[in-house]
Design a protein around this ligand. Structure first.
Ligand code: SF4
Ligand code: SF4
Length: 238
């Protein structure tokens, strides 16, 4: 019902499914029935997504948001029809931009995995409610988005520090942490969505989860993951 429900991942999923253009319709700005003003969030998401589309070589014109009231049926018909014509002119997704189908699919899949990270890094800007249209035109910039992807963070468990308490494993939302009792835990980087939960959850006295820019070191081999704990010495008293 609310355009504020539209998530970045929905737009990427639509493109992954091969649609040539995505249209989002929302209520007029500042006329939201709720205190949340979700249409501002939708607008911010679209502006960010457009920069991300440019980053991967897609034409940002393939994504459009329009605000109107439920009584503006004619306007709705007009803007949807105009957008349809525009998308037809742009041509098939990827082909028109000279991006190979497999390459586009893997780029969109990689981006989808990063959605929680992107939303976390840009959460303050995504929550903004600006009334000045000029300000909106510079909310997100290409340089900023390029930099965000250059500095993508990875999470890594330091095998020297992990005490196999299993807290991170239980809290990871996508079961990306491999471990068990007395087993040094490792992060499956293919599954990790970079949410940072494990980083927050690892007790400070262990401090085993590290956030690092770029590629993390390879995981410790499976045969070296068992933690051998020293037995407590028995007291001499009888
Ligand atoms: S950052 Fe940690 S908690 Fe989040 S998905 Fe990756 S491994 Fe799981
Ligand atoms: S929370 Fe920290 S110490 Fe505990 S298993 Fe995870 S990485 Fe290891």
């Amino acid at each position: 019902m609310c355009s504020g429900r539209v998530d970045l991942s929905f737009v990427l999923r639509a493109f992954l499914n091969g649609v040539d253009g995505v249209f989002i319709g929302g209520c007029r700005l500042n006329e939201c029935n709720y205190v949340t003003h979700g249409n501002f969030h939708a607008l911010n998401t679209v502006l960010l997504c457009k920069e991300i589309m440019e980053h991967i070589g897609l034409n940002p014109e393939r994504l459009h948001i329009e605000f109107m009231s439920g009584a503006e049926g004619i306007l709705f018909a007009e803007v949807v029809s105009d957008f349809g014509k525009k998308v037809k002119k742009l041509g098939p997704l990827g082909k028109a931009e000279g991006i190979d189908g497999h390459e586009l699919k893997s780029k969109l899949e990689a981006l989808t995995k990063l959605v929680p990270y992107i939303k976390m890094v840009k959460k303050e800007k995504l929550a903004l409610r600006i009334d000045d249209e000029e300000e909106y035109s510079k909310l997100f910039t290409r340089d900023e988005v390029d930099e965000m992807f250059r500095e993508v963070i990875s999470y890594y468990i330091d095998p020297e520090k992990c005490q196999a308490c299993m807290i991170c494993l239980k809290k990871c939302p996508v079961e990306a942490i491999v471990g068990g009792k007395n087993q040094i835990h490792v992060i499956d980087q293919d599954k990790c969505i970079k949410c940072g939960t494990c980083f927050e959850a690892c007790p400070p006295r262990f401090g085993a989860v590290q956030s690092i820019a770029g590629e993390p070191p390879p995981p410790i081999p499976e045969e070296k993951r068992t933690i051998v704990r020293k037995k407590k010495e028995k007291s001499g008293k009888s």
